[in-house]
Design a protein around this ligand. Structure first.
Ligand SMILES: [Zn+2]
Length: 277
C-alpha cells in the first residue's frame, strides 16, 4: 500500500524571509526512498535524510552581497521503485535586501596599501584559499546545532559596509566577538580542519570544513591548536583568540561560508538543527 503524502508543503525554507546574507535550511517533504537533486544560485544542493526520519534537508544560503530579486530554486524528485517518474518541485524564491549598517575603521597602513612584497604574499594566499574552498566533504560532517566559538559578547557587525582609513571599502563578511586575547576558541560544529596557518589579512586562521560546501573560519588567533587534516568535534578547542592580521584590536572574527557565499553566523547559530542531523 502506498502511504498518503503528508499535507504539509513539499518545500519549505527557514528562515522564511530570505535575505542577502541569510543561511537557509531547505526542507523537502518526500519519502526516504526518493532521490532528490537540487540547484540554487548556481550551486548544487546536497540533500540528506533527516535524523528524525521525517524529511530531506539541505543547508544553503545567499551571499551577503548576493543579488536581490527572484531566484530559481530547482528541485527534482525522482521516485524509486515501481511507481517511478519524477516530480518537479522547483519554485521561485524572492531574495530581499538586508539592511546592514556602515562604519569606518582605522588599521595599520600596510593593510590598506600593501607593498609589492606583501602584495605577492596576498596573491599567493588567495590562490591557497581558493584551493582550500574548492574541496569539501560530499556529505555533511556537522551534527546538531552550531555553537558560538567563544564565550564572549558578539557584535552585530555582519554585513557592515566598512571604509578602512578613509579609502578601502569592503563588506564585513563575518561576526566579531569581543574576546580578550587568549580566550579559548572552539569548533562551531564537527568537521575537518582544512586550513590552519598564518595569513596576511586573517592572521592566524583556522578553517573547518563541515561538508557539502559549508565552512567556518576563525581569524586573528594568537595561537592555533589544531593542524590541517585533523578531524574535530563540536566544541573542541581549536586555538586562542588574539589580534593577528588586519585588526583594530583583539577580537575573534568568525565567518560562515557556503560554496562562494558568506552567511550571517548569528542566523546559523539561531537555527534549530537538532532534529535535522
Ligand atoms: Zn571581523
Amino acid at each position: 500500500m502506498l502511504a498518503a503524502r503528508p499535507q504539509t508543503p513539499a518545500v519549505t525554507l527557514t528562515p522564511e524571509v530570505v535575505e542577502a546574507g541569510s543561511p537557509e535550511l531547505i526542507r523537502v517533504n518526500a519519502p526516504e526512498t526518493t532521490t532528490l537533486e537540487g540547484q540554487w544560485l548556481g550551486q548544487k544542493l546536497a540533500f540528506f535524510w533527516s535524523h528524525d526520519r521525517k524529511a530531506w534537508y539541505a543547508l544553503a544560503g545567499v551571499d551577503v552581497e548576493g543579488a536581490v530579486g527572484a531566484s530559481s530554486l530547482r528541485i527534482m524528485e525522482t521516485l524509486n521503485g515501481a511507481s517511478g517518474g519524477t516530480i518537479d518541485l522547483s519554485r521561485s524564491i524572492e531574495i530581499h535586501e538586508a539592511h546592514y549598517p556602515t562604519g569606518t575603521l582605522t588599521v595599520a597602513p600596510k593593510f590598506v596599501a600593501p607593498n609589492p612584497k606583501e602584495l605577492a604574499r596576498i596573491k599567493k594566499e588567495m590562490a591557497l584559499k581558493e584551493k582550500v574552498f574548492a574541496h569539501s566533504a560530499p556529505q555533511p560532517l556537522w551534527s546538531g546545532d552550531f555553537r558560538a566559538p567563544v564565550h564572549a559578547e558578539p557584535t552585530d557587525s555582519f554585513g557592515t559596509r566598512r571604509t578602512f582609513n578613509g579609502q578601502l571599502a569592503s563588506v564585513h563578511k563575518g561576526m566579531d566577538f569581543r574576546a580578550p586575547p587568549g580566550t579559548l576558541v572552539r569548533a562551531g560544529n564537527s568537521g575537518m580542519v582544512v586550513l590552519a596557518r598564518r595569513l596576511y589579512y586573517e592572521g592566524n586562521c583556522v578553517v573547518i570544513d563541515h561538508g557539502s560546501g559549508l565552512f567556518t573560519l576563525s581569524m586573528h588567533l594568537s595561537r592555533i591548536g589544531v593542524h590541517e587534516g585533523q578531524r574535530v568535534r563540536v566544541g573542541q578547542r581549536i586555538g586562542l583568540s588574539g589580534a593577528t592580521g588586519r585588526v583594530t584590536g583583539p577580537h575573534l572574527h568568525w565567518a560562515v561560508r557556503w560554496q562562494n557565499a558568506y552567511l550571517d553566523p548569528a542566523k546559523l547559530l539561531q537555527m534549530d538543527l537538532s532534529a535535522v542531523r
